[in-house]
Design a protein around this ligand. Sequence first.
Ligand SMILES: Nc1ncnc2c1ncn2[C@@H]1O[C@H](COP(=O)(O)OP(=O)(O)OP(=O)(O)O)[C@@H](O)[C@H]1O
Length: 390
Amino acid sequence: MAGGISIANIEKAFGATRVLSGVSLDVREGEFLSLVGPSGCGKSTLLRIIAGLERQDAGNIAIAGKPMDHLLPRERNVAMVFQNYALYPHMTAGENIATPLVMSRLSLFERLPLLGHLSPRRNAIAAGVAKDVRRVAQQLHIEALLDRRPGQLSGGQRQRVALARAMVREPAAFLMDEPLSNLDAKLRVHMRDELSELHRRLGATFVYVTHDQVEAMTMSNRVALMDGGEVLQLGTPTELYARPRSLKVAEFIGSPTINTLPVTCDAGGGVHLAGMRLPIDMPLGLRVTKLALRPEAIKLSAGRSAPGQIRLSGRLRRIEHHGAERIGHLTLEIPEASSIQFRLQAEEVGGLEEGQAVDVRFHPKDVHLFDAAGMRVEAEPHRQAHREYA
Ligand SMILES: Nc1ncnc2c1ncn2[C@@H]1O[C@H](COP(=O)(O)OP(=O)(O)OP(=O)(O)O)[C@@H](O)[C@H]1O
């Protein structure tokens, strides 16, 4: 796997706490892959193991086909970017960016402030370092900031300096641990755009840790969703959103959160919701217990539903205005009285009042079904038309 990262059966425990339970994952050369998951799921630990900052108990890491397990962090040709930037406060931005090059190109003697100048090659190397620092500073539009110390920079500028320091060595891969989480919301959205653009320009492999699924979904080629030290699903953002492998994945990805409703199955594979037979059939022998629906799959229903659609009644509890979108909260009139959220169109909101009785409808093809273990089950094409929905 030239340029990619192979992660094979990685296990890690801190004392009695098992943090990674046999994680395997291939990061392709040049891809932007996010490790996303709830706090404590082990994503930072996995990144630190790739970087060599933490030692795994079992399993192997290879970068560009080369085993890394016995190499020090600096021998791995990867650059880490952290949430707290990790800049040296007493150095200027330029000196911070130059540090990795100074460390790799100058000997210990050549780095000495006075004696180092006695080395005949020192000046030529220093000029080369300065040129490389200017090149990355230009790419990140921070040339004007090179003489400032970190304390004189904004959060976004500091993050760019940290990125420049990572880029200057031209590493095989960038490993980023929540690099945007110290920035305010507006700057975070802007930096997301910049990071995606940087990734396109550099064509390097990016592994990006975040607990923010929106960040992961908007920037990544692929997302690995982790929970409890395992990868629950690896796929493109669209795959995770449209075909979640488990209820946990379905519930983690997407905002507002996917709606879930309890269902039962009869002996013939028919699916029932609150006593209603739905136009959905399961392969014989498979039973589902949960039905899940994305908020955008649910529509306000005025008049008769289109054939084949499922209709539910409820009371509109609240309308939430999010600027460009409006979310309706509906308490359903079913015995397991569940609350669901759905997207309302601008023109629909005018005629609605909180507390009002409304009907909603959805299409069976938009339904996700899960068994008692929370795993996805595919329905069969519907076997017979049911009068109540036809
Ligand atoms: N050096 C350590 N010593 C002991 N326990 C640790 C150490 N580093 C991490 N842990 C524990 O390992 C688990 C996973 O931590 P990790 O930082 O990898 O999670 P994470 O998914 O990145 O979470 P977050 O998003 O909160 O950073 C946590 O329970 C954490 O407390």
